[in-house]
Each structure stands twice: as structure tokens, then as C-alpha cells.
Design a protein around this ligand. Structure first.
Ligand code: C5P
Length: 193
């Protein structure tokens, strides 16, 4: 069976948690596409070459979840050649046998416009910054500033900006528990399977 679930949204909206839960529930493979951009960002050197030569070791680095890696990712993500270099891998993953969940910024709009399910997950910047701060610690005001800066860059870039696909279902997780948010996503997928 070929079945793609596209989950997009801004940083720390809950995409990762929801994607892992959906993948586990239906036995689908999961690709965190942000990790691709993070790996390119932290690798250094020429980002286009880094994107073309990305290795499994690059994706297994333990510094990929840091704030610095998130910022570095959103800077290389504005480069069209970087996005192009990562496109085929993501599309092939999406159409693999057995079903796939991809989370990112442009899955429903660019990578898989024909995805069977499209979800756009949001939450207020304050809620998202608080969640990220629980993960990474440090100065809460700085975490909020970095979340806003990354939103700004991701939404305003020319190539594949962050925006909901017209046919995406919106899910605002600001006032939802993890269980409620994942239950809604799972119900949506179950209804279309
Ligand atoms: O989702 P995550 O916070 O790991 O993504 C890091 C950065 O990678 C994002 O801020 C965004 O700039 C970029 N990204 C992207 N397209 C995707 C996934 C991530 O541009 N599909």
C-alpha cells in the first residue's frame, strides 16, 4: 500500500510527536525532514555539496536538536539548490511501500502535493517556545526570540515558504494535550485509509 501523511507546521508545534504517534499506530515509516536541513546546517562547508552528499552518519549526530542547529537549518533551507538536492530522497520515501509520514514545512505544498492526508499543525509562539525551552533549557526569552526569528525566515523565504496547503486540515495544539492532539491526527488518518 502507498499512502502518504504530510504533516507541516512551524517549529515546536507538535509535528514530531504527532508524526511518530501516527507512524507507530499504522505501522508507517516516518521521516523527520527537518533533520535533513539540520544535518546540512551543522555540517559546515558548502551547504549544497553537504545536501548532495548527506550520509546516515550526518543524520545520527547528537547535536541536531540544539537551538543552534535549528537556526543553521533555517539558514541553509532558503537556498533553492539545497532544497532541490533533498527533494528526490523525500519523494521516494513518501511513496515507499507500506505507508509513510513526513513532517516538515513544505511536505503538503511541494514534496507531496498529492498526499492522502495533509495536516498543518500550529500553536502560539509562546506555547511553542515554552515546549522548546523544556527540551533545550537556557534563557526562555532567547528561546522565544529564536522561535520567532525562525518562523519569520521560514514563512518569508521565496522557495517553498512555510504555509498550509489549501487542502490541509489545521490542528492548533496550543490548548491540547499530547494525547488529544495525537488522537485527532490518528482519527483523521483512519478516516481516509
Ligand atoms: O522541524 P525542524 O525544526 O527540525 O526544522 C529545522 C529547519 O529546517 C526549519 O526551521 C526550516 O527552516 C527547515 N525545514 C524546511 N523544510 C522542511 C523541514 C525543515 O525548510 N521540510
Amino acid at each position: 500500500m502507498i499512502f502518504t501523511v504530510a504533516i507541516d507546521g512551524p517549529a515546536a508545534a507538535g509535528k514530531g510527536t504527532i508524526s511518530r504517534a501516527v507512524a507507530a499506530r499504522f505501522g508507517f515509516a516516518h521521516l523527520d525532514t527537518g533533520a535533513l536541513y539540520r544535518a546540512v546546517g551543522v555540517k559546515g562547508g558548502d551547504p549544497v555539496a553537504a545536501a548532495r552528499d548527506l550520509t546516515p552518519e550526518d543524520l545520527a549526530r547528537d547535536d541536531l536538536r540544539t537551538l543552534a542547529a535549528g537556526q543553521a537549518a533555517s539558514k541553509v533551507a532558503v537556498i533553492p539548490e539545497v532544497r532541490q538536492a533533498l527533494l528526490d530522497f523525500q519523494r521516494r520515501f513518501a511513496r515507499r511501500e507500506g505507508g509513510a509520514v513526513l513532517d516538515g514545512r513544505d511536505i503538503g505544498t511541494v514534496i507531496c502535493p498529492a498526499a492522502e492526508v495533509k495536516l498543518f499543525v500550529t500553536a502560539s509562539p509562546e506555547v511553542r517556545a515554552h515546549r522548546r525551552w523544556l527540551e533545550v533549557g537556557g534563557d526562555a526569552a532567547q528561546v522565544l526570540a529564536e522561535v520567532r526569528e525562525r518562523d519569520e525566515r521560514d514563512m518569508n523565504r521565496a522557495d517553498a515558504p512555510l504555509r498550509p496547503a489549501e487542502d490541509a486540515t489545521r490542528l492548533d495544539t496550543s490548548d491540547l494535550s499530547i494525547e488529544e492532539a495525537t488522537a485527532r491526527a490518528i482519527a483523521l488518518v483512519a478516516a481516509r485509509l
